[in-house]
Design a protein around this ligand. Structure first.
Ligand SMILES: Nc1nc2c(ncn2[C@@H]2O[C@H](COP(=O)(O)OP(=O)(O)OP(=O)(O)O)[C@@H](O)[C@H]2O)c(=O)[nH]1
Ligand SMILES: [Mg+2]
Length: 444
């Protein structure tokens, strides 16, 4: 996984949010400190890391969650959004006829990435040709030839030619028929003037539609100044980061180029030609944070909260007070089942152990009860004794059910109430139930 270290520490932090009993200022401050530490460890620029965490804190403390979103989800969403923000705008490669020039310092991954890009475009249905202009390293032509052969694309190069621009001139003629021409250039240890002159000359002949800078992401924040220097020299349209597999400094490289306004197109995540991924900040961050896992965790947290509510209702029930509203609350939880399955057996008047068929039947019945109760007035819910035959007709009409169903509901209510009364008077039984509730023994 890309940036495993950063990902795992951020995921650990998000877990804190998911598992916290409630979200408060202290928790947010703690989370923000964790994120700061994680970003700095991933080599993200201090200023950028501070800006991000300040913004997360400000938003988490001041913004209200949109309707239907819990405060946990909201804080996690803010963190995700701010992380996406520091990665900047992505750029997509156009799927059309064009000339692409790859530039970069020595050993950054230009040649490999030229092959990866050729493979990518080929898979998208374009015909591609590769051009080898590295006149300095003798093995360069062979390296690109091998890549070209493995993906079955034409290559043009001339190991005997000493001028890169001449090779390009020939290549443009030879590869006229292909959709995309990808020119691999030579690298240097540093941005010396002869490298600059050479790629400038290549560019003059090739007139590339895209000049792509290939950057080894292990250089971390150095990516920023390097990108700027290349941009000033030849004009860079997009960046491809390589070696994002297994680097602790990837966060530094990614954030550094976005800071100077350069757009990342792809990331290289391995030595194989298929190890090229479109760079999509949103997806990148989702994966980094393990959003799929987080969603599951949030759902689990929701269940835990329901258990809390179940306990509250059960306590109220044990106090002896019980009206139709209380019954509706219980039923609401019952219909969610899952970890509450066991609790159902604990509610007096409902069967203790249900088969799946019984369960389905009961759920159906509960659904009908719910519809009926929706047609009752608040007064009726709080004081069910009021419900006599004229009201029963009105309620059944209003809910589109039979009067018989309304009577069944009232019968069920009376049974539950009676059982609860007996229970509330039975101290031994009460203690047993409370113990079960406190142990959180709801089963799954
Ligand atoms: N793990 C990993 N290795 C990569 C990746 N991209 C390139 N490499 C490796 O990095 C090394 C250098 O890659 P090249 O493509 O030869 O780099 P270059 O920029 O063309 O190098 P020069 O032409 O010598 O300047 C090779 O061993 C590649 O296999 C990547 O995304 N992940
Ligand atoms: Mg090379």
């Amino acid at each position: 996984m890309v940036l495993e270290g950063l990902g795992s520490s951020l995921r650990y932090t998000l877990r804190k949010i998911v598992n916290a009993s409630h979200i408060d200022k202290n928790l947010i401050k703690e989370v923000v400190r964790d994120i700061q530490r994680a970003l700095l460890q991933a080599d993200v620029n201090v200023k950028l890391a501070l800006e991000l965490t300040r913004e997360v804190e400000r938003r988490a403390l001041s913004e209200k969650p949109p309707a239907g979103m819990s405060s946990r989800e909201h804080v996690i969403k803010i963190i995700g959004e701010e992380l996406v923000n520091i990665l900047g705008e992505p750029k997509a490669i156009k799927l059309q006829k064009q000339t692409i020039m790859m530039v970069g310092l020595y050993g950054q991954g230009k040649t490999t990435t030229a092959g990866k890009l050729a493979r990518y475009l080929q898979k998208k249905g374009l015909s591609v040709g590769l051009v080898a202009t590295d006149i300095h390293r003798p093995a360069a032509y062979d390296q690109l030839s091998q890549i070209a052969k493995s993906i079955n694309v034409p290559i043009y190069g001339d190991p005997d030619e000493k001028k890169a621009s001449k090779i390009v001139k020939q290549a443009l003629k030879k590869l006229k028929g292909v959709d995309v021409i990808i020119i691999d250039t030579s690298g240097r240890h540093s941005l010396e003037s002869d490298l600059i002159d050479e790629i400038k000359e290549v560019a003059k002949i090739a007139k590339p539609d895209e000049s792509i800078l290939v950057l080894d992401s292990t250089i971390g924040q150095q990516a920023g100044p390097q990108a700027k220097a290349f941009h000033d020299a030849v004009g860079i349209n997009g960046i491809i980061f390589t070696k994002l597999d297994g680097t602790a400094k990837g966060g530094g490289a990614l954030s550094a180029v976005s800071e100077i306004g350069a757009s990342v197109i792809f990331i290289g995540t391995g030595e194989h030609l298929d190890d090229l991924e479109k760079f999509e900040p949103q997806r990148f961050v989702s994966r980094l944070l393990g959003m799929g896992d987080i969603q599951t965790l949030l759902e689990k947290a929701q269940e835990v909260m329901d258990e809390g509510k179940a306990e509250e209702t059960a306590k109220k029930m044990l106090s002896g007070r019980f009206n139709l509203k209380d019954m509706r609350d219980q039923m609401e939880m019952l219909t969610q089942m899952g970890p509450l399955k066991k609790l159902m057996g604990m509610i007096p008047g409902f069967p203790a152990d249900l088969s799946q068929d019984d369960l389905t039947e009961t759920q159906k019945r509960l659904k009908t009860f719910e519809v009926i109760m929706d047609s009752m007035t608040n007064e009726e819910l709080e004081n069910p004794k009021l419900i006599k035959s004229s009201r029963i007709s009105r309620i059944s009409r209003g809910s589109g059910t039979d009067a018989k169903d309304v009577r069944t509901l009232l019968k069920q209510y009376n049974m539950s109430k009676k059982a609860i009364k007996g229970l509330a008077g039975n101290r031994k039984m009460r203690r047993k139930l409370m113990k079960q509730l406190q142990a959180g023994d709801f089963g799954a």
